[in-house]
Design a protein around this ligand. Structure first.
Ligand SMILES: [Zn+2]
Ligand SMILES: [Zn+2]
Length: 311
């Protein structure tokens, strides 16, 4: 597993093309502080990387100016009652559309967590309020924070039990719970702020019809590889991107140091090229990793190029 990323490197590729556009810190549900993650990315020799915390750019604000850092987020959307994750890259983090979108989703998350908490049996939830979930580091509260609180207060024996018995997606299929904004709304805000909107880890959704329905909502691309994805699914997503002229991305979805490292699940240089070009990254299209294919322009928006001046 540790060298799984290597299988995707082609002749002529080397670690100079290694990127990771899906990483988390403790500003959402990750374990590492932003600076610790940045150190880890530097040690891994990543060319480009993005912190894609859930519904917050707090880590980006702490790390702005760090070499290789591209603005990113993993925004939460909803489709047919299911939660869908959209990775936004290369947007202006100070754009009002993004600030409004992310603040709104964080608020919705808290309303939803309060509703989930209220539905738990009294023996699990008694004496627990939303403030018990706050750890002083995360700007976004997630189900993981609720699970950790239940464990800390000895209401469950493990995080696994919290999710398998109470907090997993299968327990939350309920139209009565507060939902998340539509994919088109999330993608629209990311584009309005000059970024690209990508479907994160499509393999977790399993049904192809659901995945194509999500893409039909107006996304610019998808992660064609991610942890726990079968090789035949990677080929399917690669083909899907080709058929639809979509951008390809990938990342480790790292939440904690350990088995995964920044840069695992990277892609070959020529596969990255269209995304690098769309993000306006220095050196994109200069021949690294082979000729670049022009990417489809996002309707209505040019890419935020502030990242160039932050290096
Ligand atoms: Zn996700
Ligand atoms: Zn993630």
């Amino acid at each position: 597993m540790a060298d799984r990323n290597v299988r995707l490197l082609l002749p002529g590729d080397d670690h100079s093309t290694r990127c990771d556009f899906h990483l988390h810190t403790d500003r959402s549900d990750g374990v590492m502080a932003p600076k610790a993650l940045a150190d880890s990315c530097r040690r891994a020799g990543l060319r480009w990387w993005a912190v894609t915390d859930h519904d917050t750019v707090a880590a980006w604000r702490e790390l702005v100016g760090t070499p290789g850092l591209v603005p990113g987020v993993e925004a939460t959307a909803g489709l047919d009652g299911r939660e869908v994750h959209i990775v936004g890259l290369g947007f202006d983090p100070d754009h009002p559309a993004m600030a409004e979108l992310l603040a709104g989703i964080r608020q919705r998350r808290e309303e939803r967590l309060a509703a989930i908490l209220a539905r738990l049996p009294a023996k699990l939830r008694d004496g627990i309020g939303l403030d018990d979930l706050r750890d002083g580091r995360a700007e976004t509260l997630t189900r993981s924070h609720l699970a950790k609180t239940l464990l800390r207060k000895c209401r469950v024996k493990s995080i696994y039990e919290a999710f398998s018995q109470w907090l997993g997606d299968e327990h939350l299929v309920d139209p009565g719970l507060p939902g998340f904004p539509a994919i088109a709304v999330v993608a629209g805000a990311i584009r309005a702020a000059g970024g690209v909107a990508l479907l994160a880890h499509p393999g977790i959704y399993r049904q192809d019809a659901f995945i194509t329905a999500a893409l039909d909502c107006g996304l610019d691309g998808l992660e064609i590889d991610h942890p726990e994805l079968a090789p035949e699914r990677r080929s399917y997503f690669d083909q899907l991107a080709a058929e639809r002229g979509l951008l390809r991305s990938s990342g480790s979805d790292l939440h904690a140091p350990g088995a995964r490292r920044p840069g695992d699940w990277s892609l070959p240089g020529q596969v990255w090229q269209p995304l690098w070009q769309r993000l306006g990254l220095p050196g994109a299209g200069s021949g690294d990793g082979g000729p670049a294919k022009p990417a489809q322009p996002a309707p209505g928006a040019g890419l935020h190029t502030g990242i160039l001046s932050q290096r």
